[in-house]
Every structure is written in C-alpha cells, then in structure tokens.
Ligand binder design. Sequence first.
Ligand SMILES: NC(=O)c1ccc[n+]([C@@H]2O[C@H](COP(=O)([O-])OP(=O)(O)OC[C@H]3O[C@@H](n4cnc5c(N)ncnc54)[C@H](OP(=O)(O)O)[C@@H]3O)[C@@H](O)[C@H]2O)c1
Length: 250
Amino acid sequence: MKIDGSTALVTGANRGIGRALVTALLARGAARIYAAARNPAALAPVVAPAPDRVIPLELDLTAPATVEAAAEAASDVTLLVNNAGTHGVGHLLDMDLDVVEDVMRTNFLGTLRVLRAFVPVLERNGGGAVANVISIGAFGGTPSLGGYPASKAALLLMTQAVRADLAPRGIAVHGVFPGPVDTDMLDYVARHEPGLGDFPRASADEVAGRTLDGLGAGAEDIFPDDFAAQVEREWRADPKALEKRLSGIA
Ligand SMILES: NC(=O)c1ccc[n+]([C@@H]2O[C@H](COP(=O)([O-])OP(=O)(O)OC[C@H]3O[C@@H](n4cnc5c(N)ncnc54)[C@H](OP(=O)(O)O)[C@@H]3O)[C@@H](O)[C@H]2O)c1
C-alpha cells in the first residue's frame, strides 16, 4: 500500500494510537485523512494541524447509522484503518457479562460492521487496503483481561477470513499486533490489574510509524514495537509456549 497520495480513514482517531496514526499519515503524505470518532468534538486538536487534509467524522462502531453515514461521506477512501477498540478487566467466570458483551460488540462485531460498510467504497476506488488493529493479546488468554483477548482472537480470525475473500477483489487486509502501548487503555488496565502495568511501553507514535512501515512493505502481519516483535518470534517458533506465557501473566 502506497501511503503517499492515499485517502485514509482512521477509527478512534481522537486519542491514543488512532490519533498518532493520523499524525503519521499526514507526515507520510496521505492526501486526505478522515479522522473518525464517536464524539466529533473531541477531534478538534487532531484536525487543527492540517484542516485542509484532516476531515472530522462521527463514527461509533456500535451505532449502525453512524457507520453507514460515514461510508457515504468518506466515499474516496483507499485505506481503512480499523483502530478503535475497547477493553474491560476482570475474570470471565465471574465478571459482569455486560462488560464482556460490550467488548465483543465493539472489537469484533463493530469492526466487522465498519469493514462491511467500507468494502464497496474501497472496491469503487479500485481496491486498496484495510488494517485491523488487533493486539498481541490475540495469541493467549490473559485471564484478568476479561473478554479482551477473546475479542481480539475473534478479530484475528475475521481478519484472516476476509483477507481470503478480499484478495481477489484487489483489497489487501493487514493485521496489526501491538504490544503494550502508552495510552489511556493501558493506564486503565494497569490501575485495575497492577501486574499488567509492569511491561515496557512503546509510544503511540512509534507504533503508528512502524504500522505504516509494515503497510508500505505489504506485510500481512505487522508487529509494530519491540515487545510485539519478540512475541512474533515466539509465535512463529512455538505458539503453544506463547499461549502458556500470555495466559500465565495474570
Ligand atoms: N494500548 C495498548 O497497549 C494496546 C495494545 C494492543 C492493541 N491495542 C489496540 O489499539 C487500539 C487503540 O487503542 P489505544 O491504546 O489507543 O486505546 P485508547 O487510548 O483507549 O483509545 C481507544 C479509542 O477507541 C475509541 N472507541 C472505543 N469504543 C468505540 C466505539 N464504540 N466507536 C468508536 N470508537 C470507539 C475511543 O473513543 P472514545 O474516546 O470516544 O472512548 C478511542 O478513540 C485498540 O483497538 C486497542 O485494542 C492497544
């Protein structure tokens, strides 16, 4: 995927990795970037550096009308970055099931909803690429992270399935697997599950830059920080050992 001159849409663009992706796309010459968020008012500082190239857009993964309206408004997209996601700590056997449902509804079904809305847009524009921001959490069920690893594992297998469906239609599908990243999400997890806060954190800027490197190189699986790169080595060498390590963390 050539970033220079592309038209991108980033979900969850108001903060964290999504916001860093907008900045990196700008720096690498994307012609237009739709910065999508469920609260468009939160996008003002994201749009401010380049209001001629960054277009704010309302998009809530769990609200179908906003997804459909976004696909109509952003009809020139050639790169869809499914970044938005949520989390919920606790143990699956006794935590509030509503929290588990919310995580699955957002990270898996919500991402699928956005993808389904934008495939016709990408096709009309001659193909292009989709990047799904998954997580190294998809490779092992860390117990205290509730439904999050399961939602990301579901997203990983969805990514593989649609990759096969979309390749003949000229659309490349990439999976992005960050390790621990210094954002609000990890702050929350560390506050509630202190054992999970001890890992070295990559910056959102580094993760965004290395994600675009991977897209530029055509990598199907992108591990955009050093911790993630180590996980990739373990995953390739011994997936069972990686499962044990991640599920043994807490
Ligand atoms: N931080 C990490 O260590 C880490 C590691 C691996 C993967 N990831 C993944 O990276 C992605 C970005 O995470 P982050 O660390 O940047 O988290 P973050 O700072 O918590 O940001 C999450 C973003 O997702 C948005 N979002 C949540 N639910 C949404 C919904 N229903 N519709 C639209 N937007 C929604 C949030 O919007 P609001 O501001 O409106 O809440 C926010 O913009 C997520 O998919 C996450 O799972 C993060």
